[in-house]
Design a protein around this ligand. Structure first.
Ligand SMILES: NC(=O)c1ccc[n+]([C@@H]2O[C@H](COP(=O)([O-])OP(=O)(O)OC[C@H]3O[C@@H](n4cnc5c(N)ncnc54)[C@H](OP(=O)(O)O)[C@@H]3O)[C@@H](O)[C@H]2O)c1
Length: 306
């Protein structure tokens, strides 16, 4: 299939790009920066120079594709409004294009498990939402995507857990801290993070794309239910000089990290039955078992950067 991908230079988007190309799909990836676009071309993608806040830069690419995967997110205060506008643009462009050429379309939106809030009783896709302030805007965006489902537009909301692997993301930050001698754990530490390996997440997007029955909300977690403190300790054991681990109380963490601190302190058990029903299973089941591999991947990513 021909896929238009936003956020292809990002953490999740680059895993999706690699998996789509490996799966034999044709990808047109949006990039803001010409130098980054060249790197995407080297991976085998066609590119469009675009910006989420400027619909005219990408609307034609959306119309031309069979499917859209949205994995971009601007972290500035304007990010939420830009995403809202981008969703409206992309969903209506796909509906129009399908009406014009009679071909069905697919839209895959990247949300996240944090919308579930504290979920100690194994949340599934139909569990009620209780988003912390950091993502309280997100359910409305999910709803926009789900409400656009029609006979000619199959819409999917993927909720990944905290992504691990490579050189980016929250778990990599712990590895970086460990190598610098001090891991800071926000909140109680006994809280559990639902996690997912980046390659497994990329593979799930391909499964979703290729499965005509895949629709609605789909969780993407490895179901390992590991406590953050155990993850930190496993990482600490794996680096050459054992770092200190400091539990940072939530009130103190909020002063530095704002509402992000509360998201990091969530205690969540999240199941992914709909992903399993598609025949998907994660190859990595937990950060703790994967720590040697993850430290190696982190070092490789650092070497590639320098
Ligand atoms: N990482 C996780 O553990 C995780 C877990 C669950 C859900 N999520 C969600 O998944 C989404 C992607 O996360 P991520 O970790 O992959 O983020 P990321 O690594 O920061 O990547 C963000 C991507 O969006 C692009 N982008 C930012 N602003 C843009 C704009 N105005 N126009 C066009 N492109 C723009 C970036 O391009 P540049 O390269 O040009 O900056 C980059 O490709 C987010 O919604 C995030 O909340 C992430």
């Amino acid at each position: 299939m021909h896929v238009f991908l936003t956020g292809a230079t990002g953490y999740i988007g680059s895993a999706v790009l690699d998996a789509m190309i490996k799966g034999g799909h044709r990808v047109t990836a949006m990039a803001r920066d010409p130098e980054k676009a060249e790197r995407l071309q080297a991976k085998g993608a066609a590119t469009v120079t675009g910006e989420l806040g400027l619909p005219k830069t990408y609307v034609n690419a959306v119309k031309a594709a069979d499917a859209v995967v949205h994995a971009a997110m601007e972290s500035s205060p304007k990010g939420v409004e830009k995403e809202k506008q981008a969703l409206d643009t992309m969903l209506s462009a796909q509906a129009q294009a399908s009406q014009a050429d009679g071909k069905p379309r697919v839209f895959i939106y990247t949300s996240g498990v944090w919308v579930l809030g504290r979920s100690v009783k194994s949340a599934e896709e139909d569990s009620p939402l209780d988003p912390p302030p950091h993502v309280e805007w997100r359910p409305a965006h999910e709803e926009k995507v789900l409400a656009s489902f029609s006979a000619s537009l199959r819409t999917v909301v993927v909720r990944p857990g905290i992504v691990y692997g490579g050189g980016r993301g929250i778990v990599s930050d712990l590895i970086k801290d460990a190598l610098n001698g001090l891991i800071r754990v926000v909140g109680p530490g006994k809280n559990r993070w639902p996690c997912i390996y980046d390659h497994d997440l990329g593979d799930l997007y391909v499964k979703i794309l290729e499965s005509p029955a895949a629709a609605g909300v789909i969780h993407a977690t490895d179901e390992s239910d590991e406590r953050v403190i155990d993850i930190a300790e496993a990482i600490a054991e794996q680096v050459p000089q054992k770092p200190d681990i400091r539990i940072v109380p939530l009130t103190e963490a909020r002063k530095k990290l704002g509402t992000y601190a509360d998201a990091l302190a969530l205690d969540q058990k999240v199941r992914s039955p709909k992903a399993h029903a598609l025949g998907w299973a994660p190859t990595q089941t937990g950060v703790i078992n994967s720590v040697p591999r993850l430290v190696e991947e982190f070092r490789n990513a650092q070497r590639e950067k320098s």
